[in-house]
Design a protein around this ligand. Sequence first.
Ligand SMILES: *Cc1c(COP(=O)(O)O)cnc(C)c1O
Length: 367
Amino acid sequence: MNNNHVTVLEIDSEAVLHNLAYFKQKLQPQTKILVVVKAFGYGSEAVEIAKIVQDKVDYFAVAYSYEGILLRDAGIKTPILVLHPQIQNLKDIVKYRLEPNLYNFKIFDAFMQLADEAPLMNYPIHIKFNTGLNRLGFWHTDVPTLLTELKKSNNVKVESIFSHLAASEDPNEQEFTIGQINNFAYIVKQFYEHLGYEPMIHILNTSGIINYPQAQFDMVRLGIGLYGFGNNEQETAQLKNTHTLKSIISQIHLIQPGETVGYNRAFVANQPTRTATIPVGHADGISRRLGNKEGFVIINNQAAPIIGNVCMDMIMVDVTKVDCNEGDEVIIFNHQQHIEYIAHKCETIPYEILTALSQRIKRLVKS
Ligand SMILES: *Cc1c(COP(=O)(O)O)cnc(C)c1O
């Protein structure tokens, strides 16, 4: 099916490469880089992002096995870490040569059994430890049992040991974060002493790369930074915007004082008002919180506030003071500050604004 929608998310490949290079220059020359392309590449297009950076990175990560299969089906050969597999997915993981994160004994035992039955030889697995996020991962007290199990088998090979920081962007949580890093380093030491070989180790996400360069270990995991956000103003200023959301004006109305716009008649004109209707709505990820003049779009370099309630498939904007015609281009956002403004209005973070962009929007890579 060919998506011919006029509402388009442009992915700027040059910006993606700029952002990758920016983070690479923060790394030690030997530090490897994993790029996180979960959730359709943070709402963009995972396969396209992977193709743009595949020659320049060591690993990809996705959340679920299905996301990794999409990459393999598109011909991506780079190793792919599946961050959050389930027992039901393990067969597919092997079939597509994806690399599972094993985070508790239930999934670890299931994978060891599958690896024994197949049988697999030295199949790459990753072991995650919980050091304070309390989301996924083994406890440090599980290390002896894990080592015993791992030493019994040559069906698998631990490719990496990793953990995830809970508050790497927050300077007030520095003490906690350094505690996480130190506990992780202690776990790694025990592993190295008894395993007989040294898997790669990694703990840093984007904000971690920025704030804790001393903890790069063997690899870092770059997510939001690749997509243009450094989680603070100075860093974001060094990055380029990757996601531009555009549409066109479908129709212009001229309404008289007392007339209203949209559902629940939420906007009431108090003067002759020109409105433009744009084919993008809350089903596309434009939050209803942006209605009633909380949000705006850009038409011919002028801001046009969203008036009334955001509909499922449309928004209406006030263009009384904007020189424009039906068919003109509409910029819904095209720089990080606008995305941050939207996130602020929606009481959320840019991650959620980007990943909320629905699959109905056409994706277009700009090189
Ligand atoms: C999503 C994710 C990342 C990337 O985080 P960013 O803040 O986007 O850089 C890294 N590691 C894990 C385990 C993740 O789930």
